[in-house]
Design a protein around this ligand. Structure first.
Ligand SMILES: NC(=O)c1ccc[n+]([C@@H]2O[C@H](COP(=O)([O-])OP(=O)(O)OC[C@H]3O[C@@H](n4cnc5c(N)ncnc54)[C@H](O)[C@@H]3O)[C@@H](O)[C@H]2O)c1
Ligand SMILES: O=P(O)(O)OC[C@@H](O)[C@@H](O)[C@H](O)[C@H](O)CO
Length: 493
């Protein structure tokens, strides 16, 4: 029996091409209820279904206990949600709304562990997609407690695979294909390693471990689309009035999309994304896709965010239109990041130009405060490799990268206030910093050390628990950072 909300959603859908996924077999398990997967993978699967190419449905679960609220909302909307794609497509302005209808099963694995495991018994289950952020795709030792969901994503996948192995007596054709979307290099390999480590840690049978290795595939993938989530409240209200229904799971994104998957093109027979017309690349080598996207698109986001927020700039477009900050970003990308990449500079410049156009999409309001979440771990993957290119040659870290990095440290000049950490913008406005509490505590301590400012910077750069490596020896970096910090302090005084 469809809920009133479902009926309203269905009736209000513009294209009227609804086929409910509810009765189709679960072919995809999705770990992650966030905006990105819904505005990217589910949008593609919905497109495949609407073209009659994919007669399957998706079971979705949240990857951590705190994701419960969204899962409950999704269940209350019968797994339906609205997606608005807007921006330039082939030079034309578009704003396209669809109601995505691919979920047949919406589960909280912590409260419904038995139902979660039972998904492994589905003969039609074939793919697992995930987005658990960089933090979620990490192995963390934990006990196996019968009847209870383990905390981490790789641990849950280990037990799901064990159940499948037992149900189908290790049948080679019942292995699964994992398509992790986390923005980490070799994400497939990392997931596989995590699963096998848990299997070993828990003493699971060697024959099971061999089945995991030989009959399951952990493909590395690279995703690209700017998905901006729920719009500003005013805009959402205008839309709801126009559509005649409300949707708390509404999400927005740009038309551009790219999914590169390291696998043979024949896999498109089973997962017909390319056949359905999506910009999906089955490729033997993911590295070029990965490198240019993470270092240019994500790297520029990470570069611009602390500086923008310290200057009181709120959105990516506003920053790119700012007379000084916008050209700072372009110059740093072109003169410093692109030369650090192995691919031909002309091709990289063309890619960067495409990226600026996406940043300037007049319909997207991409909040710097959203991008700022976990900026230290993002900088490690997205910015430090460009800086390391120079440092490893014994050259000074170039001026733009050093300035961006100094702004990152200034942004993390935090103080514990209540249950979180706060910094202050150049204008003295307080802001919350969203990052790992232990890390923030460590950084706060470093800033309050009993020594001069230059020594504080040197110690912070040398802290391998923060950066993974010692940055204090990188030529010119500590000096440049300390000079910028002193300069900002003088201006603020
Ligand atoms: N939004 C985009 O434009 C975009 C584009 C490409 C990639 N991504 C990736 O998506 C992630 C952000 O996702 P979103 O935009 O859907 O945001 P979101 O806040 O809507 O969703 C975040 C998801 O990650 C899960 N998560 C967060 N921390 C976790 C942890 N420690 N362990 C396990 N799961 C955790 C949440 O439960 C939720 O499912 C980023 O890490 C990024 O790598 C986002
Ligand atoms: O999603 P995050 O928070 O990991 O990073 C912020 C942005 O850089 C990112 O979302 C990009 O917009 C996205 O990766 C584009 O594909």
């Amino acid at each position: 029996m469809a809920s009133l909300l479902t009926e309203t959603l269905l009736a209000a859908a513009e294209d009227g091409r609804f086929t409910s996924a509810g009765s189709d077999p679960v072919r995809v398990l999705q770990v992650g209820e966030g905006n990105f997967l819904r505005g990217f993978v589910d949008w593609m699967l919905d497109g495949c279904r609407n073209q009659g190419l994919f007669p399957g449905s998706v079971a979705v679960v949240q990857p951590r206990r705190s994701g419960k609220r969204k899962i409950e909302k999704l269940a209350a909307q019968d797994g339906l949600f609205t997606l608005v794609i807007r921006g330039l497509e082939g030079g034309e302005r578009i704003e396209r709304r669809s109601v995505v209808s691919v979920f047949s099963n919406v589960l909280d694995p912590y409260e419904e562990w038995a139902s979660f495991l039972a998904l492994a018994d589905g003969a039609e289950l074939r793919f697992v997609v995930s987005n658990t952020t960089e933090a979620g795709l990490a192995y963390r030792s934990e006990p196996m407690v019968p009847g209870e969901a383990p905390e981490s994503f790789p641990a849950k996948m280990t037990l799901l695979l064990l159940r499948r192995y037992e149900t189908f007596a290790g049948a080679p054709d019942k292995g699964l294909i994992f398509l992790p979307c986390e923005l980490l290099e070799r994400n497939g390999d990392r997931l596989r390693e995590g699963v096998l480590r848990h299997a070993e840690e828990w003493g699971l049978p060697e024959a099971f471990q061999a089945w995991v290795r030989e009959h399951n595939r952990f493909l590395s993938t690279l995703v690209d689309r700017i998905v901006t989530g729920y719009p500003d409240a005013e805009e959402a209200e205008r839309w709801f009035e126009r559509w005649g229904y409300r949707d708390e799971l509404l999400t927005t994104g740009e038309p551009y999309h790219l999914w590169a998957i390291e696998a043979e093109p024949e896999l498109d027979e089973e997962l017909p994304l390319r056949q359905a017309g999506f910009n999906v690349h089955w490729t033997p080598d993911l590295k070029p896709f990965q490198q240019r996207k993470v270092r240019i698109l994500n790297g520029a986001h990470t570069l611009m965010t602390p500086l923008g927020l310290l200057h009181g700039v709120e959105h990516v477009r506003e920053l790119m239109e700012h007379p000084e900050l916008g050209s700072f970003v372009r110059n740093t990308v072109e003169a410093e990041i692109i030369p650090s990449l192995p691919e031909p500079a002309e091709a990289m410049k063309a890619y960067a130009a495409e990226v600026y156009e996406r940043y300037l999409n007049p319909h997207l309001r991409h909040r710097l405060s959203d991008i700022a979440m976990n900026s230290i771990s993002k900088a490690k993957a997205r910015l430090l490799p460009s800086m390391a290119y120079y440092a490893e040659k014994g050259e000074p870290v170039p001026a733009g990268l050093a300035l961006g990095f100094a702004a990152l440290l200034r942004y993390y000049r935090v103080e514990r206030i209540g249950d979180g950490y706060e910094g202050r913008s150049f204008a003295g406005e307080p802001y919350r910093v969203a990052d790992d509490a232990e890390l923030l505590g460590r950084i706060e301590q470093a800033w309050s050390a009993d020594c001069g400012e230059r020594e504080k910077v040197r110690r912070l750069l040398a802290d391998e628990t923060v950066w993974g490596i010692d940055l204090s020896a990188w030529k010119g970096l500590a000096e440049a950072v300390a000079d910028h910090l002193a300069g900002w302090e003088r201006k603020e005084a």
